[in-house]
Design a binder for this molecule. Structure first.
Ligand SMILES: [Zn+2]
Length: 297
């Protein structure tokens, strides 16, 4: 990886630096077998858990305080190496600046202030990036392997897959097929009234419940995109059909999770949608961390 960043640049303060920090090259898929990956992750986790105090701190996450020790999975290693290199360079810069200051003070006969080392200088954004990365690499990736969630998701394929659910989704809209998600949201609207049902707290709870499991927010986005093409652009969904919800709410709160359980059922070859529903609930935290937003292109 070519690293041409000049030494004098400030550390991790600008967006520019954020980009460079977040851009370590991706490992080519298929570099390691799953077994090797698991082994590597296990080793790291064991090291973190059992030997954290044996050999001194390797890397302490600024955000959650977790102490990480080598060997790291490769993407995490690249990131931590970059951060550490930045820290070393930052320290060197400060020492250089101090030397100049010291010389100046001495030349002018002023008192030399003591050297104080400013640690880190990592932006909040970078901190949460690192924190998320170590959780993904050390907690969620092993979880995916253990639970059998797909370790790779082709998000571009979701549109075509969702298209195949079209008639079932229409059956739900027309009342020919039951939907537990529709029932829930109808109950909430009945119990609370539509104004209260739309309050932030209510929406947040339902947002979590309707997240399509391990597909995460990114999956949600692609599913919604496909639904919009199928049902809104074609004028199929209107307020009459979706009342008391708006068509958008209906897609978000009923159709997205209905697609989620169907995708999951297919992925994992599950016997029925109830089982898929369980997996969806179980894996929503995974999804919202691992696929928390759209990938920058
Ligand atoms: Zn952390």
């Amino acid at each position: 990886m070519g690293d041409k960043r000049p030494l004098s640049e400030p550390l991790l303060q600008s967006n520019k630096r954020l980009k460079r920090l977040t851009m370590p090259k991706r490992v080519k898929k298929g570099d390691d077998t799953i077994g090797e990956k698991l082994e590597m992750i296990r080793k790291t986790v064991t090291t973190v858990n059992e030997q954290a105090d044996k050999k001194g701190v390797e890397y302490e996450c600024n955000l959650c305080g977790e102490v990480l020790k080598e060997p790291y999975p490769r993407p995490l290693k690249r990131l931590i190496d970059t951060v550490k290199k930045n820290e070393r360079e930052y320290r060197k810069e400060q020492e250089e600046e101090y030397k100049v200051l010291k010389a100046q003070c001495e030349a002018e006969g002023r008192l030399v202030p003591p050297f104080t080392f400013l640690k880190g200088g990592i932006s909040k954004n970078d901190q949460s990036f690192i924190c998320r990365m170590h959780k993904v690499e050390l907690v969620y990736k092993p979880m995916a392997i253990e639970k059998g969630y797909p370790t790779h998701i082709d998000f571009e394929e979701i549109g075509a897959r969702v298209k195949l659910f079209e008639s079932e989704l229409k059956d739900i809209v027309e009342g020919r097929l039951e939907s537990s998600f529709l029932e829930t949201v109808m109950r909430v609207h009945q119990e609370l009234g539509s104004v209260k049902a739309r309050q932030t707290k209510q929406l947040m709870t339902r947002f979590e419940e309707t997240l399509p499991g391990y597909y995460g927010n990114r999956g949600s986005h692609y599913i919604l995109e496909a639904l919009d093409k199928m049902f809104v652009k074609t004028d199929y969904l209107d307020k009459q059909k979706t009342s008391p919800l708006t068509p958008v709410e209906y897609m978000q709160q009923v159709m997205v999770p209905e697609c989620g359980i169907r995708l999951i059922k297919q992925d994992l070859n599950l016997a029925n949608l109830q089982e898929a529903s369980k997996v969806m609930k179980e894996s929503s935290e995974y999804g919202s961390t691992v696929y928390n937003k759209l990938k920058k292109k």
